[in-house]
Write a protein that binds this ligand. Structure first.
Ligand code: EPZ
Length: 417
C-alpha cells in the first residue's frame, strides 16, 4: 500500500506549476474518440486517471502516444468495443464513453460502477438525455447497453446543472440529426474547454459556459487539437497551503476567473494573495478570520475545494460554518481532522468548525480524492509526523504531488509497504 509521510510545519517557498485539469482531461480523452482522425491534446497531466483512460482508448482500437504532456490519439483504426467492469470500475469518468460510443456507433455497451464514498452519484440525468435523443437503454446487473436507430436533436432540461450529464449529452448529440438544446446546463470552465475541442474537430456547439448549450448535429468530425486548462482545484489546494505556510510561494498557471469564489472567501479570512498575469504569490497569514462556506455549482464555491478548505478553517479564529450542497456524504475527512486535534461538529452535509486549533500528526486515511487533499494540508501544518494511507485516491487528481511540494520545502515522501 502507498502512503504519504509528512513532517509538518515547514515554510513553503519557490514555485509550484499547476498541471492540466483532471476534470477536463477525463472528458477530453473520450471526446477525442468522436473523430475518425488524429486528435492532439496538450498539457495533459500525468495522473493515474489519464493512464486508465489511455488503456480504454487503446481497447477501442486507437493508437496513442503520450510524450511531454502531449497526447496524440489516432482514431483511424478505432472501432466499437464493450467497456468491461475491469476498466469502468477503475475510473468513474468512463461513463463519458456512453455518449461517445452511442453518438459514433449508435451503440454503447459499458458496465458502470455507480456510487462512491461521497455519494450515490447516479447517472439518471445522463440516461434521460440519451433517451430524449432517441436511444433505448437496457440495464442488466450494472451493465448498460445503449442503442439507437437514429439520434434526433431535441430540447433537454437538466433538473440539476450536472457537469457529467451536460458533457455526456453533448457527446451524444454531436451527430444527431438537427439541433439539440440543453437547458440548465453546467457552466464549469471544464465544459468550455471540452466544447473548444469539439468545435476544433468541426462540431457546432455554442453557449458553453452559459446555462443553455446548443448543439447543431454534423456528419463527420476531422482532426482536432486542444490544450487542457489549468486545474483550478489543484491550484486552489496549493493556494490554501500557501495561506498557511507560504513565504512568497509562487503558484504558476492559474486562471484567476476560474477561482473567483475561492479567492473571495480566502480574502475574507485575511489571506495574502497577489495575482500577476497567470500566477499568484501567496504568503502565510498568522491570524486568519473564520468564514462561512456553502458549496455551489460554478461559479459558486466548488465542492471539490470544500474538503481542503475545511482544514484551513481549523486555523481560523472563531466559528466557521460549512455546508456541502452538491454531494450527500462529503465529510468523511472530518473524524480524521478531529483525531489530529481539530474541533469540528459535523453531519454528512454541515460542519461547525471552531478555530484556531493546533493539529498534531498521526496516521490517517484518505477516504476519497479531496478528503486526501484535506489530510495532506492538515499533515503539512500539523506538529510532528502524519502518515496518510490509501493515497491512490490523491494520486488520481494531484500530479507529482510529492515532487511539487518537496521542491518548495515540504518534508514529504511517498513510501510503498
Ligand atoms: C464532476 O462530477 C467532477 N468529476 C466532480 O469532481 C465534481 O465534484 C462535480 O463534477 C461537481 O462539480 C469529474 O468531472 C470527473 P455532477 P460529476 O454530475 O459530473 C448528482 C473530484 O473530486 N447527479 O455535477 O459526477 C450527483 O449525485 C470529483 O474531482 C444525479 O443525481 O458531478 C451529485 O450529487 C468529485 N444524477 C450532483 O448531481 C445524475 O445523472 C453533482 O453531480 C448526475 C449527477
Amino acid at each position: 500500500m502507498k502512503k504519504l509521510i509528512i513532517n509538518g510545519g515547514n515554510e513553503l517557498s519557490g514555485t509550484i506549476k499547476i498541471g492540466g485539469a483532471k476534470n477536463s482531461v477525463v472528458a477530453l480523452i473520450p471526446a477525442a474518440m468522436l473523430s475518425d482522425e488524429v486528435v492532439i491534446i496538450d498539457n495533459v497531466p500525468n495522473i493515474s486517471d489519464v493512464q486508465k483512460l489511455i488503456e480504454m482508448v487503446k481497447l477501442l482500437g486507437a493508437e496513442v502516444t503520450y510524450e511531454n504532456d502531449t497526447l496524440i490519439i489516432d482514431n483511424r483504426k478505432s472501432k466499437n468495443a464493450e467497456i468491461s467492469e475491469e476498466y469502468s470500475t477503475s475510473i468513474r469518468a468512463s461513463y463519458y464513453f456512453m455518449g461517445v460510443l452511442l453518438s459514433k456507433y449508435k451503440k454503447a455497451k459499458i458496465s458502470y460502477p455507480g456510487g462512491c464514498v461521497i455519494g450515490s452519484r447516479p447517472i439518471d440525468f445522463h440516461l434521460k438525455g440519451f433517451e430524449k435523443l432517441g436511444a433505448k437503454i437496457k440495464i442488466e446487473d450494472n451493465s448498460y447497453t445503449i442503442t439507437a436507430e437514429e439520434l434526433k436533436g431535441t430540447e433537454i432540461y437538466l433538473d440539476f446543472a450536472s457537469v457529467g450529464a451536460t458533457i455526456n449529452i453533448m457527446f451524444a448529440a454531436i451527430y444527431a440529426e438537427g439541433t439539440t438544446k440543453i437547458y440548465n446546463a453546467a457552466k464549469e470552465p471544464e465544459i468550455v474547454n471540452i466544447v473548444s475541442l469539439l468545435n476544433s474537430m468541426g462540431a457546432r456547439v455554442s453557449g458553453a459556459g452559459t446555462d443553455v448549450i446548443t448543439i447543431k448535429g454534423v456528419k463527420k468530425l476531422e482532426r482536432g487539437r486542444i490544450e487542457v486548462i489549468p486545474d483550478r482545484i489543484e491550484a486552489g489546494t496549493y493556494i490554501m497551503l500557501g495561506t498557511l505556510l507560504g513565504n512568497n510561494l509562487k503558484i504558476e498557471g492559474v486562471i484567476k476567473e476560474h477561482l473567483g469564489a475561492v479567492i473571495a472567501k480566502l480574502q475574507e479570512t485575511g489571506a495574502d494573495l497577489k495575482f500577476v498575469e497567470n500566477y499568484v504569490i501567496v504568503n502565510k497569514v498568522e491570524k486568519l478570520k473564520s468564514v462561512n462556506i456553502i458549496t455551489k455549482t460554478y461559479p459558486g464555491f466548488p465542492t471539490d475545494l470544500g474538503q481542503p478548505m475545511s482544514t484551513l478553517l481549523t486555523q481560523c479564529e472563531g466559528i466557521s460554518k460549512f455546508e456541502e450542497t452538491i454531494y450527500e456524504n462529503r465529510m468523511r475527512h472530518i473524524p480524521h481532522l478531529n483525531e489530529m486535534g481539530a474541533n469540528i461538529e459535523a453531519d454528512n452535509c454541515n460542519a461547525k468548525i471552531i478555530g484556531k486549533t493546533n493539529l498534531v500528526g498521526r496516521e490517517v486515511i484518505a477516504t476519497d480524492l479531496r478528503a486526501g487533499a484535506a489530510m495532506m494540508v492538515a499533515g503539512m501544518i500539523a506538529k510532528g509526523t502524519t502518515i496518510i494511507t490509501n493515497i491512490e485516491h490523491i494520486l488520481r487528481g494531484y500530479e507529482n504531488i510529492v515532487d511539487k511540494l518537496s521542491n518548495v520545502g515540504a518534508d514529504i515522501k511517498l513510501i510503498e509497504d
